[in-house]
Unconditional design. Sequence first.
Lengths: 429, 324, 291
Amino acid sequence: MRNSRTALFLCVVLAAACKKQTASQEQPSGGTAPAGQTVAAPGADTIRVGATLPLTGAEARTGGFYKEGYELAFEEATKNGGVDVGGKKMAVQLTLLDDTSTQATAASLADRLINSDKVNFLLGTYATNLVEAQSVVAEQNQIPYVNGGGAATAIYKRGYKWVFGLLAPVELLAESIMKWIDTQQKAGKLPKPATIALLWENTSHGKDFRKGVTEFADKSKNYKVAVDESFELNGKDFSALLGKVKAANTDLFLADAHLPDYITMQRQYVTAGMCHKIQSYGARGSEKQAAESLTPKNVQYILSAVWWSNQLSSKSPEAKRFVDLFKAKYGGRAPEWYQALGYETVRALFAAITQAGSLDRDAVRQKLAALKIPSLLPGGELTFPAEFGQQSHAPFVVQQNLPDGTSPIVAPPDAATGMGIAPNPGCAK
Amino acid sequence: MKLPLPPWVRPRALIALLATCAALALGPLLHSDVYIHNLLTLTFIGIAAALAWNWLGGYLGQVSFGHAAMFGLGGFVAAKAEISMGMPMVFAWCFGGVIAGLYALVWGHPTLRLRGPYFSIATIGVGEATRLVGTYWDWLTGGSSGTSLPMHPNLKFTLYWYALALAAVAMAASYALRRSSLGLALLAIKSDVDAASDVGVSSTRLQDLVLFLSGAMIGVCGASYGSYFSYIEPGDMFGFDRSISWVLMGVIGGIGTIAGPALGAIIFVLLRQYLIASYPQLYLGLYGILLVLVILFEPLGLTGLSLRVLRRARPDLIVSGSET
Amino acid sequence: MDRFAELVIASVLLAGLYATMAYGLGLIYGVLRIVNLNHGGMIMAGAYAGWYLHSEYGIDPYLSLLPVAAVSFLLGIAMYRGLVHRLPRGAAGGVQSLLLLFGVWLVMRNVAYLLFTGNDQTLRTSYSTRAAVLAGALVSVNRVAVFAVALATLIILHILLTRTYLGKAIRAVAQNPDSCTLVGIRVERIYALTFGLGTALAAIAGLLGATLFPFNPSFGAGELLKSFVVVVLGGLGSVAGTAIAALILAAVEVFAILFIPAYLTAAVGFVLLVLVLVLRPGGLFGQRVLG
């Protein structure tokens, strides 16, 4: 008796649940209000773009930055009267949901955006595993998915046709750092061969970084990786690991870590009295937060490579335009690469829509695949090469923290705003 | 016509289950909302997982905080089987389930000697250790890059019925495990394992059985989860938060009851969908409060609550006798 | 040899922190027979309290130790009186109290998240990166200070438990609560005080941890498990046992890096936990943890 009652109860609850779901869809989609003021009321004349971002959870800070970039691009388009589609200007609307940095949520929300909110196109989220999960949904539903938040090559090696990435792979990041180190070695500033202590976060980001370094070292024969260890994301105590590195006494210290791990590790590194001829934390290094947390003295000479730097505004008109736009909106604050990539992602989508002259998904997809536009990215151009699975391979900018508090770009030469220093003069050796 | 049913099966319950399944199976023909369709698929998987957890946590009284270990193992083994050995999907699921069940036996058999809270703490250790090893073991899981499963054109849509079958099987098994003489034996073990052995209940063997079944079913759920998302990653599959979610579903729904965890799973998925939209930061705290309230005031969770309400409304319908 | 000395010193310093963490858990279990799953939550709360006082008011974490401990003590008593008190004592309440306190932990996590966001926080003082030479090895001044505080706390605790009436009452209740009532000890009051004490110890450990490591609302889960390893290994009720067990755990963790990949050293604690529970449930000092 009890069980049939419970079963019946279940049916009732389920039915109610279905009703509740359909009801909640009539309300405007939750999360953040649609960004970008719409010129006309949302209707057949609006381009509906959907996206999720980690606005809460582990990556909330970065998610917020990407949101700034997205919103800036939407506002710019709206100020121009909309996006040109076959001669007619159409309004653009962004439906942005919070995926709380969780994979299942990101995929489910993508599903909802496509099937419930009926968006025309999708923008990506931030963090490789989330992008990888979401891109599956996009490919299954055959909807263009343009993202500036997933860098792992694994995302683009699946032969997907509908997924486009603006972030160049992390292997290239490692290669850029190694290339600059190589120029220093060739100039006699570093020993030949040079030994490397390689520490990497056990994430796909870290794995790709390690791959880039080891492949370069293997090819070049002038480098030897003496220590090759992974560590846990959000690890707390690196002293044992750093002890091992100290004992190995290498010339170079190359690590790949997220911001919190970078700060923790560097603090323990300094406390242990360690010093290397060259030190790098991959994409980390020049963040203001790190300098504040560790004091500028403790982050000197750290090398980093990023997808974009606001110093490019002195070299690239596209970059300058973006930086001015950003500063105007955010009271003089300078943007970092997150906002730039977010902005450029939207711009890429809009450019493809305009080129296609329609909202037909396949038409826009084809234009994205063939896209070649001037861009704020290093190298000045944005393409989605088919040979790389439609992942951009724009070069990285390498920066170094100098004692005067600046972090000039030291590579590539055409983007350089300063000279790097090697080896670290602060080391006793 | 008398059906050859075992004596402990109430015809009404069987009819209720079949009716519900028929309704849900035909449901998609009545509506064309793909989003709800997919949401229900995930709900079914959640129901099956919560029920499986309950076999160990509710029937045997050994609360596990580390079930994600089997979920992830089942998922990755099934994925690997499908990709590397070309196993058809359902076989891969079963294979993943069996391996997960065996893994549960490996760590569970010696650990079940511990009673109560000590077992639970040990399961946290198992869950976390499995996560770390899983993230490290590139060959099986792809390490932190995860595993991408091949995408079949209409799979996600048809997974609805597979998941429904999974949930139905879990429900039937829950009913059978509880109402049969096996269930009585489990109750005995739960109350006092030594006394149970004294009266001839082969405690060790039965505990192992439940351990295996619970682990295997959760493993199959993990495998179906992988087929659904076409991409799985160790941090997500083996995560502590995932293990916690089944504890919450089980306890809030009604630990030890037959269908309580299913209710808990439904509430969990619904609340999550709704809260995610409006108050993404609140859901963990809300579940925490619910958990505290359940423990303090209604140990049988929502099932106990609804029984109380029903008992007051129609006392003649509810047969007296404790649920646990 | 230098390296060995470094590792030994690192183990000893770490052990002090682990012992302080574990003692709170062990005390509550020994006396109330409850596994305080909110132990992790209180560690996290202590960390945030110290950090908040430092970043908002500039109070040095070591100075805020006493006020934070006092407030946590009161909070613990409140938690006992309000929640735990209602559950049946003994084996019947075992899993229930576990789940109850787990729920409290979830709520605390969420509250911390709402107040401070999920971002990692670090407590940086002027001496965070200062190092001194100790027995030929370079050690962090901070770690030595943490060890000193942990040692002092344990000594105070030992004195409290052995020399004062309250301490003796606590130990009596741990052994046999029923006969205590006969002798006039108000058992419920002792329960409340013990719970408060255990909570305060957790908060102290959290504050100390905040000076060493970064933390976020999920901080405390790993520390909970390590505390458990120490409690099970060292048995209950003896400060010496806890200290030795803490040393063993710290040494295993620190020296593991010589043998296994750095990434897997994080799993060492968990594996040790399961092994100890399964192989030596009586602990090293013969205390029973079964049933």
